[in-house]
Ligand binder design. Structure first.
Ligand code: SF4
Ligand code: SF4
Length: 444
């Protein structure tokens, strides 16, 4: 006879802590985890999610792990645990669209207006949801979900706790009510102090709105957590001072320090974001200043768990030693690539400059189109492939990279899978009067 969920309750099985305890409602599917190590375990699809299918998925997961044929068998989180089925943590990330375009984020390229109603799905598995379940909102920008307000209300009215990870551009009445009730918290990454840096990092100009919304939320709740992801574009002391000045002005009680994840890592970093000694000093400065102002400050494990250090209370603390992970073989001449949050900023930056696209492949051609659409004049294209030299793309003759790299005062545009190699080559052969812009693939 086929096994049932009840047959496993309280028994030791090979699984991870998420089984029976977590569900992620993602944009395109429903998963048990968000595991990067081996890939998330998929519980099912949004369209045919039901109580029966949820239970069948858990049973399938248990059987597959038992047989050794699940992705979970390769995951370090899989071990012998006592199986319970009380869902204590639910993430709601129903869309990959966002009205911000944070420079380090790719979760804003989804379709505008996307996002499904999570309530019918939650109702289906409500019998398994623990009374103390914690709901974590993310995405994309969750406030853009057409069902956001009613979903916040549903969670709140059912007595669950929730955290809304939002960019703060849209003000949510239901969030304010849940904050006021004491069952919600808000987490927002500000990543800048000044309006200029904010625009540079977030790619939108709603700085004043965001701070006004923070002020309004703060009026009803202490549970507003402002996060600062430190990297080479926002690590100036004046940025941090201004961020703290704005935070104290609205009486913020909690600040979270993080590093930009792709810059703070074990592997040598070729770019486009960097975490140098300056950024290391910045995180410590931010920490010290928070302490001086009696702001509760915590260290995020998102980046800093890469080389974790803990305090006497076993809480993650800031790294005490600087670890230089810059790939100096790539940045050999100190020409760090620059990058922009969106196409508008990119075009603003390259207009009236001597721009050279490095690479006559498909991404280079797309970038050329983007430049032409935006009426950028005088674009040149270079490549290392001798069979391409002298040929034309839209009337532009492809030139020999090695010859052109010896010139001065050019801005090299790199894009695509060879971008890091091209950054290295420019550093190796060009002088410091040249610049590099690393164009985000999604933007072209
Ligand atoms: S064992 Fe790993 S892959 Fe499997 S569900 Fe758990 S975290 Fe995800
Ligand atoms: S607010 Fe920024 S980080 Fe968050 S989803 Fe939008 S673009 Fe990404």
């Amino acid at each position: 006879m086929r096994k049932r969920i009840e047959d496993y309750l309280g028994k030791k099985i090979n699984a991870c802590e998420y089984i029976g305890h977590r569900i992620n409602f993602n944009a395109n599917n429903i998963t048990l985890c968000h595991e990067a190590e081996v890939g998330a375990y998929i519980l099912g699809n949004v369209d045919d999610f039901s109580l029966n299918n949820y239970e069948l998925s858990l049973l399938r997961h248990i059987a597959e792990v038992e047989e050794g044929c699940s992705i979970c068998n390769r995951c370090s989180k899989c071990k012998s645990i006592k199986f319970e089925n009380k869902i204590a943590y639910i993430t709601i990330n129903t869309s990959d669209y966002c009205n911000s375009s944070c420079i380090y984020c790719d979760a804003h390229y989804g379709k505008e207006g996307s996002g499904y109603n999570p309530i019918p799905l939650l109702e289906k598995v409500k019998c398994y949801i623990d009374d103390n379940c914690f709901f974590d909102w993310g995405g994309g920008e969750p406030t853009l979900n057409p069902y956001f307000e009613e979903s916040i209300r549903w969670i709140s009215e059912n007595g669950y706790r929730q955290r809304i990870n939002t960019n703060g551009i849209i003000y949510s009445e239901e969030t304010e009510k849940a904050l006021d009730k004491g069952t919600a918290s808000l987490r927002m990454s500000l990543d800048a102090g000044t309006k200029e840096c904010f625009y540079r990092v977030k790619g939108h100009d709603k700085y004043e709105d965001v701070w006004n919304h923070i002020r309004a939320y703060r009026k009803v709740s202490d549970n507003i957590y402002l996060k600062y992801n430190v990297f080479n574009l926002n690590s100036e002391k004046k940025e941090i001072d201004e961020f703290l000045s704005k935070s104290t002005d609205v009486d913020i009680k909690h600040i979270i320090i993080d590093a930009e994840i792709s810059a703070y890592q074990r592997e040598l970093n070729k770019g486009p974001f960097f975490f140098t000694r300056k950024e290391f000093d910045a995180i410590h400065y931010l920490w010290d200043e928070c302490k001086k102002k009696n702001i509760d400050v915590t260290v995020s494990g998102y980046a800093f768990s890469v080389r974790p250090e803990y305090d006497e209370d076993k809480q993650l603390k800031l790294p005490s030693l600087y670890f230089d992970n810059i790939d100096w073989e790539t940045i050999s001449n100190g020409i760090f690539p620059d990058i922009f949050a969106n196409t508008t900023q990119l075009i603003d930056q390259i207009k009236n400059k001597d721009n050279i696209i490095f690479g006559a492949g498909s991404r280079g051609k797309q970038l050329l189109k983007l430049c032409q659409i935006n009426k950028i004049k005088g674009i040149r294209i270079i490549d290392n492939d001798s069979t391409k030299i002298g040929k034309q793309i839209d009337g532009i003759i492809i030139e020999d990279a090695q010859t052109v790299l010896k010139e001065s005062n050019n801005t090299f545009l790199v894009v695509g899978r060879y971008a890091a190699e091209q950054v290295k080559e420019i550093n190796n052969h060009a002088d410091k009067s040249n610049k590099i812009i690393w164009v985000k693939e999604f933007d072209i």
